[in-house]
Design a protein around this ligand. Structure first.
Ligand SMILES: Nc1ncnc2c1ncn2[C@@H]1O[C@H](COP(=O)(O)OP(=O)(O)OP(=O)(O)O)[C@@H](O)[C@H]1O
Length: 273
């Protein structure tokens, strides 16, 4: 299986990474894809938002799996992977992942420990989505080293241009030094309040600043209280508010993401001919 591994990254906190990871992942599952979500954040927000309110009580989390890679301990098929009612699988995380990040500092091949873990599970999945932590630390570098695609959610409240530059530099560095396959899918606006001109201005500015180099997704995720509620519900926006505008936006995003991979496959086939 040609597994698509998508890192959802932005070192700024609270921009909608976790919400996007869960709803894009479940959107892909609704399109018939086999999906694994990786909680790459020691806060465990993705695990919590999918209903595992106390990830610290789970017997196995991502830090255990990365620990096994570090110590060359075999990983059993499907070990520690949870199955969510809406058709996605999840490798959860808890605060132990912080300790793992510290141990990585002195580890051999420290940037590729997550990639080595994913190599043991990826044959079972069409898509693996990684919810990155809000920093450019070693866990995010591991996610970028493991992925072949990166999607960047940006909150429409203000333009963190400098932050975005730092992220793009990190992505380029990872691409040059560790993972030449990494491609940027695009920047995606989240929490857009369409009643204000401000959001429109930010959207236009993003397209003006980055649009020539990086795709800015046509799908923009509206700001909605219904979206805010889902993290406490343990389910997706499709289950919580199926007819709402956020569900529609995430459905569109899912289609855009699938279109990108189709186009890349076509390009590859064209080159191969
Ligand atoms: N479209 C939306 N409308 C309103 N609130 C939203 C929307 N998307 C996410 N939120 C809320 O905004 C907050 C931050 O979202 P989320 O946790 O997805 O961001 P994050 O980038 O993953 O955060 P962190 O960096 O802390 O992991 C959460 O309370 C979430 O419920």
């Amino acid at each position: 299986m040609n597994t698509q591994i998508i890192a959802i990254a932005n070192q700024k906190g609270g921009v909608g990474k976790t919400t996007t990871c869960a709803n894009l992942g479940i959107g892909l599952a609704q399109e018939g894809k086999k999906v694994l979500l990786i909680d790459g954040d020691p806060q465990g927000s993705l695990s919590i938002s999918l209903g595992y309110s106390r990830p610290d009580t789970l017997p196995v989390t991502l830090s255990d799996m990365m620990g096994k890679v570090l110590t060359d301990t075999p990983i059993q098929p499907g070990e520690g992977i949870l199955h969510h009612a809406e058709g996605v699988d999840l490798m959860p995380a808890d605060i132990q992942l912080s300790g793992m990040e510290v141990s990585l500092v002195n580890a051999m091949s420290r940037e590729t420990i997550l990639r080595q873990y994913l190599d043991t599970v990826k044959r079972d999945y069409n898509h693996i989505l990684i919810d990155c932590q809000p920093s450019l630390g070693m866990l995010t570098v591991n996610a970028l080293a493991a992925a072949n695609r990166v999607l960047i959610p940006v909150q429409a409240e203000y333009l963190p241009a400098k932050g975005l530059e730092q992220l793009l530099q990190t992505i380029n560095k990872v691409r040059r030094q560790i993972n030449p396959k990494l491609q940027i899918d695009g920047i995606m606006l989240t929490m857009v309040d369409s009643r204000t001109n401000f959001a429109k201005e930010i959207s236009a500015l993003l397209r003006e600043t980055y649009g020539s180099k990086i795709k800015v997704f046509g799908s923009e995720i509206p700001h909605s209280v219904r979206a805010k509620e889902i993290s406490a519900e343990g389910k997706s926006i499709y289950a919580h508010d199926p007819e709402g505008k956020v569900a529609a936006a995430y459905k569109n995003l899912t289609k855009e993401v699938l279109k990108i991979e189709k186009q890349r496959e076509k390009c590859k086939a064209g080159i191969g001919r």
